[in-house]
Design a protein. Structure first.
Length: 276
């Protein structure tokens, strides 16, 4: 009986230590925010060759862009210095998981697959399929529900058109310049493509004053800040600052710097950063 009691106590002690160890490891894992503040610096993975989100400035040789401005704002809110870690699409998540970056602010789309390995902030940028139409045409997407609409073959935009407007006549083209030619010639009443592509296309068009991009999205992709899985305190701090940037107008100002009317790729801001 005494031996059994002693064995029971030993097993209880082991289990207690394991539980405490598990709790300790969870606390360590979820304490990245404190580590960042203690170090006085936040390491942010961002693009250095993907304008206007992140690219090397020819004059200063520093990384600048929409993502970089948000990274600076987040570092300021945390009360620490900003260290930018240049990355590419394939290397963003590995940098975060290896600890070489604390955050991903690199035009990363929120997807269910990525959300299995990364926690995402609220969206701070929204892109997707938009319509380019003649400047005097209707301003709402629904006005084109039975129209002739040009799309690029094999794109998600082509698929989205069939789903959203089954009664529209979708004409497919090999590329977006051909679709624009069809719009100029009156063969279609609107064309659709990713918003950033449309903005760049319109910016380079000699007759750009004859066209406009509708603000509403046919489909959308949400871009968020990537945070290491389980870092709830850091994620909350990021979300709180993103909402604050929207409320104080700074988010809209950052947007206008990179996508406003005086930029190479102007496009209207059709979203707000909102708590969910």
């Amino acid at each position: 009986m005494a031996a059994n009691t002693k064995g029971f106590k030993k097993r209880t002690l082991v289990l207690g230590l394991l539980a405490a160890g598990g709790l300790f490891s969870m606390q360590v894992q979820a304490d990245q925010l404190a580590d960042i503040k203690a170090a006085g610096v936040v390491k942010v993975a961002t693009f250095d060759a993907n304008p206007p989100f992140g690219s090397i400035d020819a004059k200063t040789h520093e990384i600048i862009g929409y993502d970089v401005d948000f990274a600076r704002a987040l570092a300021s809110a945390l009360g620490v210095k900003l260290e930018l870690v240049a990355t590419n699409p394939a290397n963003r998540i590995p940098l975060l998981q290896s600890g070489k970056a604390d955050l991903i602010v690199a035009d990363i789309t929120i997807t269910p697959e990525r959300a299995q390995v990364v926690d995402f902030s609220l969206p701070y940028f929204v892109t997707g399929q938009q319509f380019l139409v003649p400047v005097k045409a209707a301003d709402t997407l629904e006005a084109y529900s039975r129209a002739r609409i040009g799309a690029v073959k094999g794109t998600t935009g082509e698929q989205a058109l069939h789903q959203r407007f089954p009664h529209a006549r979708v004409l497919s083209y090999d590329d977006i310049p051909l679709a624009l030619t069809a719009l100029r010639n009156g063969n279609v009443q609107a064309i659709t493509q990713d918003s950033t592509i449309l903005a760049g296309l319109l910016a380079q068009a000699p007759d750009k004053a004859n066209f406009k991009i509708l603000p509403d999205l046919l489909s959308k992709e949400e871009i968020g800040v990537g945070v290491k899985k389980g870092e709830t305190a850091l994620l909350k701090a990021v979300n709180d600052e993103l909402v604050n940037l929207e409320k104080n107008g700074q988010a809209a100002k950052i947007y206008d710097v990179w996508f406003g009317p005086d930029t190479p790729s102007p496009q209207p801001r059709a979203f707000k950063i909102e708590a969910q």
